[in-house]
Design a protein. Structure first.
Lengths: 231, 248
């Protein structure tokens, strides 16, 4: 039976990467309430990105149970992914990337389109609105490759927003931006929770920018839960 | 690019084995081409082997298979027209049936690209992100591999196995150099122009089709690289001139 109160539920999850002897996560359990902001923190190698891979269904659990938006993962992963907006840690593209910003954001709508369907006028408006939310509307026609790291990240965030996801997964979103940008991003995440009714799971080794907004803080160390704090 | 390279050698190996068995080359050539490409993906997905490394390993395997088949083929067959067609191509390989087949392949590719335009773009930009957003990347990779194998197999006797490289890689190199947002379309157009011009020149001058197409594609590439280099230099000078005027 689906528990409708939690967007993400992990129960005693242990997993490892293929061909790796050591488990990457050991007996990890936590539940992210709907419309909450969850901060996953910990040192490098703690298993933070692995946790996102598990939520996305890219890594199968050796034991335990994972439920995302009410569905078992990885069994229903492809279905669930359509309701997820994901910002990867390694999102940057080289200077030779010629896709325009408008196209990159539009790609986020691809899973919702039928055969032969293109981007509609309504979609174009949604793309512009998403870029406006992240302060990147003037980059619309620029090639993605020539943008700076911070600009590329804002465009990728716009791609997350345009999907109107129920679950937002951000992997180290503060790594490419300055102190002022971090505060702005934290406020944006907080506003997205309200606007979209979305749950946000954010992985960051730097907890400070999100401290005042996070409803749940999960600290990982060596693949295990070291601390869980409800705010 | 390396997957296409390996598929081509798989197709050649299949054709060589068919020659040895005295059967039509197309079915086995197609199957071996697709099999090798699927094996690259399998080795990458389930054994964590880098795609380029897997491609090179399977390329060696396919080349060895082809050489072994050639070694075991009776010399009478080797010197026959069918062997020559597979290696060097011939304009005489075009018949109405082949034209219909090539047209059907072209229409299939166009339909596929138009039907899944956004998804294909998303996969080209970042396949991992596309998968995370709910796109079935594996299915599209398989479809693309099959289309590549079909296209190479259908073109084998016309252009010849060794000359197909020019049509596979030169247009992509030039399209990347042009820095257009429609790289796929531009490289397709360049390939079509090079192929058509090559076949026409081969007919007019009565030269080997495959070699003529390859030389035409190479000439277009050299001209394109020269023009874009000169264009870049002129643009550079124009920018410096404008900056100089601004400082004054």
């Amino acid at each position: 039976m689906q528990n409708r109160n939690y967007a993400v539920e992990l129960v005693n999850v242990t997993t490892r990467y293929p061909r790796s002897r050591d488990p990457a996560l050991i007996d990890v359990s936590f539940k992210a309430p709907k419309e909450s902001i969850v901060l996953i923190t910990g040192p490098n190698g703690a298993g933070k990105t692995t946790l996102l891979q598990v939520i996305l269904g890219f890594l199968k659990p050796l034991k335990g149970r994972i439920r995302v938006l009410g569905y078992d993962v990885p069994k229903h992963a492809r279905l669930v992914r359509k309701s997820i907006g994901y910002l990867k840690q390694d999102f940057m593209k080289p200077k030779t990337e010629t896709f325009r910003v408008r196209e990159v954001v539009a790609m986020g709508l691809a899973p919702y389109k039928g055969l032969f369907q293109s981007i509609s006028e309504e979609d174009e408006k949604a793309i512009l609105d998403a870029l406006r939310m992240v302060g990147a509307e003037d980059l619309l026609e620029k090639p993605f490759g020539i943008l700076s790291g911070g600009q590329q990240q804002r465009v990728m965030l716009a791609r997350v927003i345009v999907r109107k996801p129920k679950l937002i997964l951000l992997d180290e979103p503060f790594s490419s931006i300055d102190k002022e940008g971090r505060a702005e991003l934290a406020r944006l995440i907080h506003s997205l929770r309200k606007k979209l009714g979305a749950t946000a799971v954010i992985v960051s080794h730097d907890a400070k920018p999100l401290e005042r907004y996070a409803d749940l803080v999960v600290e990982l160390r060596n693949g295990r839960i070291a601390r869980v704090e409800m705010h | 690019m390396t997957i296409t390279f390996t598929v081509l050698h798989g197709v050649l190996a299949g054709a060589a084995i068919s020659l040895m068995l005295l059967i039509p080359p197309e079915p086995l050539a197609f199957m071996l081409g697709v099999l090798l490409a699927v094996m690259i993906e399998y080795l990458h997905e389930y054994m964590g082997i880098d795609r380029d490394a897997a491609s090179m390993a399977l390329f060696s395997f396919a080349s060895a298979l082809a050489m072994m088949a050639v070694f075991m083929t009776p010399s009478k067959t080797l010197t026959s027209e069918s062997a020559s067609l597979i290696l060097w191509g011939s304009i005489l390989a075009i018949n109405s049936g082949k034209l219909v087949l090539l047209t059907c392949i072209l229409v299939s590719v166009i339909i596929y690209v138009l039907a899944f335009k956004l998804e294909i773009k998303a996969i080209l930009f970042d396949p991992e992100l596309a998968e995370a957003e709910g796109i079935n990347v594996k299915i599209h990779a398989l479809i693309l591999i099959i289309l590549i194998a079909i296209t190479i197999t259908a073109s084998l006797k016309l252009i010849g196995g060794f000359m197909l490289f020019a049509l596979l890689y030169n247009p992509i190199i030039l399209a990347e150099r042009i820095r257009t947002t429609q790289q796929a379309l531009v490289s397709g157009i360049i390939g079509a122009v090079a192929g058509s011009m090559g076949v026409i020149i081969s007919y007019l001058l009565d030269t080997p089709t495959g070699a003529t197409v390859a030389l035409t594609a190479s000439t277009i590439l050299i001209i394109g690289l020269t023009v874009t280099t000169i264009g870049d230099k002129l643009m550079e000078n124009k920018i410096l001139e404008q900056l100089h005027k601004h400082w004054e």
